[in-house]
Design a binder for this molecule. Structure first.
Ligand code: PGA
Length: 243
């Protein structure tokens, strides 16, 4: 694992965006695995402004998002599709037909999971996967459990995740309790992984990810087995790391 400790969220966002921009410059046909949440917002801001300056071109790229709340339409303001539109897709030239998301309204959830994995396979897999990390060590919505689920699947969100994300919903009752997520197998097949984390609340999860035993109780710990992982954390999240 390549661990990079930066001063603060500003530096994390700048460096995270640079890694993605370098990937796109190196391979304009890159398949980008994208994440939602508070952490990547700064990265997306930088990418959008690089595009607007004319230094980045996404016209040949594809994107595959990690997860989506089950039952939310794309127009729903709380959907991750809407988040991606708002923070990135409406500001860059990534063609709509190359934006991949689970269809959260699909009638047959199992079939939808199978179809999503098939789409990712057809794209040739993900070149660079951006990840955040949950306070409980989840990646995507792969919550702590008894095994590492390989394929895209539906999950019941853990209490920790429900608590962390309740702030985005008008009330706790309106928050979906289930979500689609790509599996750990899909994440591990990405050629490169970039995990970003800031703040004290992520410290314990990061410490277990880097130094802990590889266990599905800390889903991100599986990244110890991936050959090309970069973790960018700020001083609070990586306070235990001396470089
Ligand atoms: P956050 O979420 O960026 O909003 O902290 C990260 C995650 O849960 O993966």
């Amino acid at each position: 694992m390549n661990i990079i400790k930066v001063k603060n969220y500003r530096e994390l966002s700048y460096l995270g965006a640079k890694k993605i921009a370098d990937q796109v410059a190196e391979n304009p046909y890159s398949v980008l695995g994208l994440a939602t949440g508070a952490t990547p917002e700064g990265i997306y801001q930088h990418l959008a402004s690089e595009y607007q300056k004319g230094t980045l071109d996404f016209s040949q790229c594809s994107s595959v998002n990690l997860d989506e709340y089950k039952g939310l339409s794309r127009e729903d303001e709380q959907s991750y599709y809407h988040y991606m539109k708002q923070h990135l897709f409406s500001k860059i030239n990534l063609p709509e037909e190359r934006i991949y998301f689970p269809d959260a309204l699909a009638k047959d959830a199992q079939e939808e999971c199978r179809r999503y994995d098939e789409d990712i396979e057809k794209l040739g897999g993900v070149d660079l996967q951006l990840l955040g990390i949950g306070r409980n060590g989840h990646i995507g919505f792969n919550e702590p459990g008894d095994f590492f689920p390989a394929a895209t699947h539906c999950v019941s969100l853990s209490q920790s995740t429900l608590d962390a994300n309740a702030k985005y919903f008008p009330s706790k009752e309106e928050m979906p309790k289930e979500a689609y997520t790509v599996g750990i197998g899909v994440i591990m097949k990405a050629k490169k992984i970039l995990l970003v984390a800031n703040g004290e609340s992520k410290r314990e999860a990061l410490r277990r990810t880097i130094f802990g035993k590889v266990t599905p109780q800390t889903p991100a710990s599986i990244l110890q087995f991936h050959p090309n992982v970069t973790i960018i954390g700020d001083e609070e999240a990586l306070s235990f790391w001396n470089d």
